[in-house]
Design a protein around this ligand. Structure first.
Ligand code: SF4
Length: 356
């Protein structure tokens, strides 16, 4: 997936080139507003042979404007309620199917742990996060089936590889006929992000689950092709019987999750921030603590809720959270110092409670 702002046409074309050169079969670009659509048209003109999938973020009505330029439309069931709230979801899905049909596009139902349909989430306890994801995917498959549309695949992504495994196994059991696109979202930086992804892919692909993959890593823009080469290396290793994973991914010590960036990223400085968080927290690497670093205000707030400490990045400041509670907003210069204060507090509390 391109990590740059889609409206930065030159930078996004460069991303497409890098991904194509690295061997990507499908390249996803996010589109959120009419200016992104205009940029997409230019990107398509510059890369006429690229196999493009479009990420319809909150604004599903853009589908009819982007479909002429792309091969696939990806929608997130959890985002369909954002606009035209009074309109039933199945009508929105019908609209998407009609657009896809009219333009010969495939579709992906892309379910993400951080943005699951609120109606599904409300039915289950917070620590029961896989069921709402799988249920949401199954419901949307049923809607597409009812509409007689079969050119679709599903993805069920989480930043925890164990949840990715469990959700995909559950889904594949219920719908073995539906192709699955695999990925660990916000896996973070190499090498941890690669290990998490490898564990999930090894566990799923060896069970015959998965048809396409995406590796999501926080990388400098110019290195984005590594997502593809790493993904192909993992596939080669699996095909060659070279496995590295244990049956479950056991997370011990500091766990830093960070998003791979996309067109919504609000300040590229977040990539440096993620790397600096890793260096700064080195002193606490033995503690079982999860810190999340996310690139934007749209998915950042939700995707950081499950972390012990979370940051989501705005253009000129960073929002710091502890679990779902907001601590405050800090400049990019201030944030590391403030994170350290909160981390020390957390370690102290955990140490005290372990003594009780
Ligand atoms: S958190 Fe925001 S910037 Fe990062 S990948 Fe998700 S949508 Fe894109």
């Amino acid at each position: 997936m391109t990590a740059t702002r889609t409206q930065d046409v030159a930078a996004t074309i460069r991303q497409v080139e890098l991904l194509e050169e690295a061997g990507a079969d499908v390249i996803r670009i996010a589109v959120d507003n009419p200016k992104d659509v205009a940029a997409l048209a230019e990107i398509r003109r510059a890369r006429p042979r690229a196999n493009l999938s479009i990420d319809l973020q909150e604004n599903y009505r853009l589908a009819e404007r982007v479909a002429p330029f792309v091969q696939k439309l990806r929608y997130n069931p959890g985002h369909l309620h954002h606009i035209e709230r009074e309109k039933p979801i199945h009508e929105k899905v019908r609209y998407l199917v009609n657009v896809a049909r009219a333009h010969g596009c495939a579709m992906r139902i892309g379910v993400n742990a951080g943005s699951v349909d609120p109606a599904k989430l409300a039915k289950y306890a917070h620590d029961h996060s896989i069921t709402p994801m799988v249920e949401s995917a199954l419901d949307h498959c049923a809607m597409l089936d009812d509409l007689g549309f079969d050119q679709y695949c599903v993805s069920l992504k989480d930043s925890d590889p164990n949840k990715v495994i469990d959700a995909n196994v559950l889904f594949a059991d219920a719908r073995p006929d539906v192709p699955l696109h695999l990925g660990v979202t916000e896996a973070g930086m190499p090498p941890d992000g690669v290990i998490k992804t490898r564990v999930a892919f090894e566990q799923l692909i060896t069970r015959g689950i998965g048809d396409t993959i995406r590796v999501s890593l926080t990388l400098p823009f110019e290195n984005k092709g590594e997502e593809v080469t790493i993904g192909r290396r993992i596939l080669d290793d699996i095909a060659g019987g070279r496995f590295r994973s244990v049956p479950r991914f056991e997370q011990h010590g500091m766990n830093i999750i960070s998003c791979p960036s996309c067109s919504r990223v609000e300040n590229e400085a977040f990539i440096d921030l993620a790397q600096n968080v890793r260096s700064m927290t080195e002193y606490a690497k033995e503690h079982d603590i999860t810190i999340a670093v996310m690139g934007c205000r749209v998915n950042g707030p939700g995707e950081t809720d499950d972390a012990d400490l979370g940051m989501w990045c705005a253009p000129s400041f960073v929002n710091l959270k502890r679990g779902p509670q907001t601590i405050g907003q800090f400049t990019y210069d201030e944030i590391l110092g403030r994170l350290r204060v909160e981390l020390d507090k957390l370690i102290e509390e955990k140490t005290v409670s372990s003594r009780v």
